[in-house]
Ligand binder design. Structure first.
Ligand code: BTN
Length: 253
């Protein structure tokens, strides 16, 4: 499948052999000129890839997908921006599940796990216009054919490591863009409840009791029971229902 089955995502596609970060490049582009919806920035090698919470994103050159997609979700109120995270995470999940034939879990807020190993990270950067989103940079780092990871990354994996299949990156790219467009259009057409339910149905540790830690390191047991509209994780703990933002909880294993 090559550039055949999307309406607008990937119609403009900028390819680079090397870039600091596709998200940074997309942000610079948005500052300097009008960027049509669905524009994709793709590179085989990032020298300063960015992850969530100020982390870096390391991916072996030429083995993985590192890309950013620019969207203009002007229909989405800023307070509902997590709806977009859910749609994107589901699109990536669907793609990996389809290509590997395996069960893929979404680890809140938007990591993708295959056999409990992280094989994809998503970094979404939004700009607002008043109470609504104006532009959204959807940064996706998918570990496709990488065979080994630095010793520090003990929970990282790739599609190849899980399935022993070497994937055609171009094929993976268009499978991904196709699904991303589908979920995005569904979100635009009032599909949020369906997306929310599907997201929860694939959520890692949903309704299971597991150990976690608060930001101060104190350990506790809890059961993920829901996610609120703003994207906070809801856990049933000994104290009742507690809500967590991104930096407020750590998963323990
Ligand atoms: C995470 O921390 O899990 C998010 C990682 C997001 C990485 C991708 S790779 C393409 C895009 N450009 C970046 O600099 N980061 C995102």
């Amino acid at each position: 499948m090559r550039n055949k089955n999307t309406l607008f995502i990937g119609k403009v596609l900028h390819r680079f052999s090397s870039l600091s970060s596709t998200n940074d490049h997309a942000a610079q582009l948005l500052l300097s000129q009008p960027v049509s919806e669905g524009t994709v920035i793709l590179t085989g090698h990032q020298t300063a890839g960015r992850g969530q919470m100020g982390n870096t994103w390391e991916a072996e050159a030429g083995k993985n997908l590192t890309l950013s997609v620019v969207l203009h979700p002007r229909f989405l109120p800023a307070r509902h921006q997590f709806d977009l995270n859910q749609a994107v995470a589901l699109a990536v999940r669907d793609t990996i599940a389809h290509l590997t034939g395996m069960d893929v879990k979404i680890k809140w807020p938007n990591d993708l796990l295959l056999e409990e190993r992280k094989i994809c990270g998503i970094l979404i950067q939004n700009t607002l216009s008043g109470a609504y989103l104006q532009a959204s940079i959807i940064g996706i780092g998918m570990n496709v054919n990488q065979q080994s990871f630095p010793p520090g990354l003990t929970r990282a994996g790739s599609m190849l490591l899980a399935t022993k299949v070497d994937y055609d990156l171009e094929h993976v790219l268009w499978e991904l863009l196709h699904r991303l467009e589908g979920r995005y259009l569904r979100l635009k057409q009032n599909g949020v409840e369906e997306i929310r339910q599907e997201y929860l149905s694939h959520l890692f540790r949903m309704n299971e009791r597991h150990p976690y830690a608060y930001a101060d390191g104190q350990r506790f047991y809890g059961r993920i029971c829901d996610i609120d509209r703003s994207g906070k994780l809801m856990l049933e703990t000994d104290k009742g229902i507690e809500l967590f933002g991104l930096k407020e909880i750590q998963y323990l294993y």
